[in-house]
Structures are given as structure tokens and as C-alpha cells.
Design a protein around this ligand. Structure first.
Ligand code: FPP
Length: 243
């Protein structure tokens, strides 16, 4: 890792391939999710070590509710166990825990654990770890539009005053800078309804590895690849040179 080069401030990850990983080993899909949690631990630890400030993980999409009940129940149990088992570690390593998405859709005992972990880590000043749960970017944007319409209706805002900033402040990520790097595992070239507004200028890195096989060195390789990229935000190369 070249420490002189820029570490991405915010990394977002689409953790894909748990099911295929399990199938490859001749195991039940759900065991792929279990192994996936090990990868989450390794990537959170590595993010802290290299000084990433924001890590956002796509753990459960709004669309994932349509999976077989057995798989959904298993994922919810795993999530509950994760929230319990990681709380001490979050507290001692200054991780601030956060959730985006429709957390009201989650089982009530999961909602309580989320609330507990968020409250008990809210004063921490290290990595902000965000799990996207029951998350849909289109729902997030639609809710933002509704909220702005309400403000216009009440006369608190004029239509012609609405800026990108107004929209951004209505999103779940209002307090979080846009991702610098988006990683997707298992070789799929899709963004799957994840942070659609926020990734407008994000660098995308796709790893062929399934999520349970994605290790510290794969993560560091993604960061190194990011460091080699030139980010232009829509400008030309010359317009970025100091005048
Ligand atoms: C995609 O694999 C993975 C998910 C459904 C989300 C990630 C979930 C975990 C890593 C485990 C649970 C998370 C927590 C925080 C406890 P897939 O099932 O879509 O894989 P496939 O595309 O190979 O079928």
C-alpha cells in the first residue's frame, strides 16, 4: 500500500457471490452468507488499518425480501448475531455504526439491536460503518422527492430554488460524503439499485472473487487500482492543471 497516495475517504461495497461460493463447495447457499460475515470482519478491520473514514456495505436490498423465507430468516439471524458479536469491537475500535434503508421493515428485535449499536457507538470518532438494510436507491430518491414536494406545498421552499444540495440532504446519506470507490465482487457488471445518486462520479472496481473469497489483499488491490486512476469529475485533463 502506497501511503503517500490518496486513501479513498469513502468505500462502498456490493458484497455478491455468497450463494455461488457455497454452490462451488457443494454447500447450502446459507453457508455462503455465514462465510460472508467473516469477510465483512476482515474488510472492516483493514479499512480501519489503512485509514478509510466511511465504509458502506450493501447487506440486504429491498428486493432481497423476495428470496425464500428460509434464506431471509437465516440472513436476519446472522445479522442479529453480527450486531451482538461486533458491539464490543465497535466500541473499543472507535467504529461508529450506522444503517441506511427502510429499517422499519426489519424484525423488531433486529431494529432494537440496531438502535442499541448506533446509540452505544454514536460518540465514536473512527470509521463510520454503514450497513444498507432493506435498501433501495430508487425508494430513497422517491422519498426525497416526496419530502421536497411536502416542503413546497407548505410554502417552505420554492420550486425554482431546489438545487442538487436539497435533494442530497433528503437522502439517507445526507451526512456522508459520496463514495470515492465502489467495489463489487463476483464479476457482475451492475449497480443493482445501490446509491444511484451518490455514485455519479465514483470509481468502480469489479473483482472476480466471490465475497467469501474476497480477502484483505484483494481489498488492498482494489484500493491500489483506485489510486492509479485519474479522477476528472467530468472535466478535461488540461482544465485540472493549476493555472
Ligand atoms: C449476495 O450473495 C449477498 C447478499 C444477499 C448480501 C450480503 C450478505 C452477507 C455478506 C451476510 C449477511 C450480512 C450481515 C451483515 C450479517 P448472493 O446470495 O446474491 O450470491 P449469489 O449471487 O452467488 O447467489
Amino acid at each position: 500500500m502506497d501511503a503517500t497516495n490518496k486513501i479513498p475517504r469513502h468505500v462502498a461495497i456490493i458484497m455478491d457471490g455468497n450463494g455461488r461460493w457455497a454452490k462451488k463447495q457443494g454447500l447450502a447457499r446459507i453457508l455462503g452468507h455465514q462465510r460472508g460475515v467473516e469477510t465483512i470482519r476482515e474488510i472492516v478491520r483493514t479499512s480501519r488499518e489503512i485509514g478509510i473514514k466511511y465504509l458502506t456495505l450493501y447487506a440486504f436490498s429491498k428486493e432481497n425480501w423476495a428470496r425464500p423465507k428460509r434464506e431471509v430468516d437465516f440472513l436476519m439471524n446472522l445479522l442479529g448475531e453480527y450486531l451482538d458479536s461486533e458491539l464490543e469491537e465497535m466500541k473499543t475500535s472507535q467504529i461508529r455504526f450506522n444503517v441506511i434503508g427502510k429499517s422499519e421493515d426489519l424484525p423488531s428485535q433486529i431494529q432494537s439491536k440496531i438502535k442499541r449499536n448506533m446509540e452505544e457507538t454514536e460518540k465514536n470518532t473512527g470509521l463510520l460503518l454503514t450497513l444498507a438494510l432493506s435498501y433501495s436507491s430508487r425508494v430513497e430518491i422517491t422519498d426525497a422527492v416526496k419530502s421536497l414536494c411536502e416542503q413546497v406545498k407548505k410554502g417552505h421552499l420554492q420550486i425554482n430554488e431546489i438545487t442538487e444540495g436539497h435533494v442530497a440532504r433528503e437522502l439517507y446519506t445526507a451526512e456522508i460524503p459520496d463514495p470515492d470507490l465502489l467495489i463489487r465482487t463476483s464479476g457482475e457488471l451492475r449497480v443493482s439499485n445501490f446509491l444511484l445518486w451518490q455514485i455519479s462520479y465514483t470509481e468502480i472496481y469489479v473483482s472476480e472473487k466471490y465475497w467469501p473469497d474476497f480477502k484483505k489483499e484483494d481489498f488492498l488491490e482494489a484500493v491500489q487500482e483506485y489510486q492509479k486512476r485519474e479522477r476528472r469529475f467530468g472535466r478535461s485533463e488540461t482544465s485540472m492543471l493549476p493555472s
